[in-house]
Design a protein around this ligand. Structure first.
Ligand code: B12
Ligand code: SF4
Length: 485
């Protein structure tokens, strides 16, 4: 009999992608899933035969993923799941179990880490879960289940036994991040061509995501820090610069998006990193998120010299009392100053806001709208407040309004929470109004296009428009299409 040790890691399709959204895929965000790329690197180092299927990047449906995986005949399948994608992961696990009953399925990532018991009870087709950082336990877990043994004693393992779910205490956080090999980008099918940031979010050249640190010492109540916790840890400057150099040399990557929770948390590390990037024999550009109270004129000037192209600031709302409820520890004055200084430094400034926060009223929305209008943001993002499992506010959200704990809708694009301080109709209308107010200004659109449009993005925009138009034509002629019904 064949000794099957094949492992497939899957990033499931996002639930939010209906057929219409799939057609817009060319202009949406598809960036490598660092979690599974990192796990794949560790599994490969341990001699385990691993492949990856990143359905989000390849635009694959659940059915297509299942068909592809069945052909691989793996012994173990590992799926990653945010709250918004865990239903999708479960549907794939179910399809695989029906086709290959012996396959072992493992769910990892933020969602199972936040609510392990509930996840395992609701989704019977996950055999095991693994909570927290995966690099320590995943090789052990996969090796054990491939060998047909019981993984019950492995740190972080979640398993079902009859009606109960057992969660083994997870191992301590990884102190020295440099012990983790760089993400196995080379195992991502279609890398780097299948990957791109959303339109208007990159200068010319190929872009890629990197995560150079883990953890965040702040306590924002809407933020799920279940995987990396509060302790800030970072890769050494040498490790990061080496990753950059290799990605540039082997794949021609010139723009780096740092998706760290808190890229600017340690000033001297950040300064050291910028200086090391400046010493590289080539130029790169980068984008990152930053806390507005971590940057000053000097730091922004240094970041700009190192290639900072865009900085996104999580400001959330322009209301001090709502910021307090969110435990954001941020003054609006500092936020406004950071945005102005960023622009003065010649860096694109993006503001990240939320709407529908507990306690939100028509007046608080008006204040946020005015704040956005007063500051020189180039781009804004307005997500619909969502109490994600794993965040502190998830535990007591019902005291602030109606909450629909419907995981597949928890993508920040739906009002799953409706505060009892505002009428849902007003909330929806005001949310649309903020975006329309901001983006419908011709001068602003001109500015965005001037600063961010490049030949590759123009091609992507054309492709999306083409797909949208052909999609609409297909809908008209399709007997299953809405218009034909
Ligand atoms: C980058 C990022 C994104 C990117 C994703 C790009 C991509 N392809 O990865 C974008 C911008 C698209 C995005 C979108 C969203 N995101 Co996001 N995102 C992040 C961020 C900042 C970093 C993720 C990352 O790369 N981490 C680094 C890797 C190494 O960690 P990891 O992925 O967690 O993987 C480790 C473990 O989880 C585990 N593991 C993971 N998978 C598996 C699988 C198996 C089998 C095993 C054994 C272990 C395992 O091992 C890995 C290595 O240690 C995190 C914050 C964070 N700290 O993680 C938020 C975060 C994951 N996002 C979040 C959310 C809510 C979203 C959105 C729903 C809404 C939004 N904020 O825009 C959407 C939904 C997207 C979707 N597809 O459904 C939440 C998730 C909360 C939750 N309970 O689900 C987080 C935690 C932010 C937060 N603090 O609240 N996101
Ligand atoms: S929202 Fe940002 S600053 Fe707040 S805890 Fe999360 S990562 Fe840290």
């Amino acid at each position: 009999m064949e000794d099957n040790r094949r492992i497939v890691l899957i990033n499931p399709p996002a639930e939010v992608w209906g057929e219409g959204t799939r057609r817009l895929r060319p202009i949406l965000n598809t960036l490598p899933q660092i979690g599974i790329a990192s796990l794949a690197a560790v599994l490969r180092r341990e001699g385990l035969e691993t492949s990856i299927i990143d359905a989000q990047a390849l635009g694959m449906t659940q059915k297509e993923v299942i068909t592809w995986v069945i052909r691989q005949k793996p012994a173990v399948v590992g799926l990653t799941g945010y709250t918004s994608s865990v239903n999708s992961a479960a549907a794939i696990a179910e399809g695989l179990k029906q086709a290959i009953p012996d396959v072992v399925t493992v769910i990892g990532g933020p969602h199972v880490t936040a609510v392990p018991e509930k996840t395992m009870m609701i989704f019977p087709h996950f055999d095991y879960g693994l909570i927290g950082e995966g690099e320590r336990s995943a090789p052990l877990l996969f090796r054990t289940v491939v060998g047909g043994e019981d993984p019950r004693d492995i740190g972080g393992v979640v398993r079902r036994q009859g009606d109960a779910v057992w969660v083994k205490e997870r191992p301590p956080l990884i102190d020295d991040l440099d012990t983790i090999p760089p993400p196995a980008f080379d195992l991502l099918p279609g890398f780097p061509k299948s990957y791109h940031p959303p339109i208007f979010h990159t200068p010319k050249g190929r872009a890629i995501t990197l995560v150079t640190s883990r953890g965040c010492p702040y306590h924002c109540t809407f933020c799920d820090r279940g995987i990396f916790g509060n302790r800030y840890r970072f890769h050494s400057v040498g490790y990061i610069v080496d990753m950059i150099r290799r990605l540039r040399d082997t794949h021609g990557i010139e723009h780096f998006i740092f998706y760290d929770d808190n890229f600017t948390a340690d000033k001297s590390h950040l300064a050291g990193l910028c200086e090391a990037i400046m010493r590289l024999p080539f130029r790169i550009t980068f984008a990152c998120d930053a806390r507005a109270d971590h940057v000053d004129q000097q730091m922004l000037a240094l970041m700009k010299r190192a290639g900072a192209w865009m900085i996104s600031y999580g400001i959330e709302t322009a209301n001090e009392e709502l910021l307090r409820l969110l435990d954001k520890s941020l003054s609006l004055e500092r936020a406004a100053r950071a945005v102005r200084l960023t622009k003065e430094a010649g860096i694109i400034a993006k503001g990240l806001f939320m709407i529908g926060i507990p306690g939100e009223t028509a007046q608080t929305i008006e204040r946020t709208k005015a704040f956005i209008g007063e500051l020189p943001f180039d781009l804004i993002n307005l997500s619909k407040f969502t109490p994600y499992p794993g965040s502190e506010i998830y535990r007591n959200i019902s005291q602030y309004g109606d909450f629909e704990d419907d995981w597949k809708n928890m993508s920040g694009m739906n009002f799953v929470f409706r505060p009892n301080t505002i009428d849902p109709g007003v909330l929806k209308r005001e949310s649309d109004a903020i975006l329309a107010d901001f983006y419908r200004k011709p001068s602003r659109m001109k500015n965005i296009v001037r600063k961010t449009m490049n030949r590759r993005d123009a091609g992507r925009l054309f492709q999306a428009l083409f797909l949208k138009v052909t999609g609409a034509v297909m809908d008209v002629f399709s007997t299953n299409g809405k218009r034909a019904e």
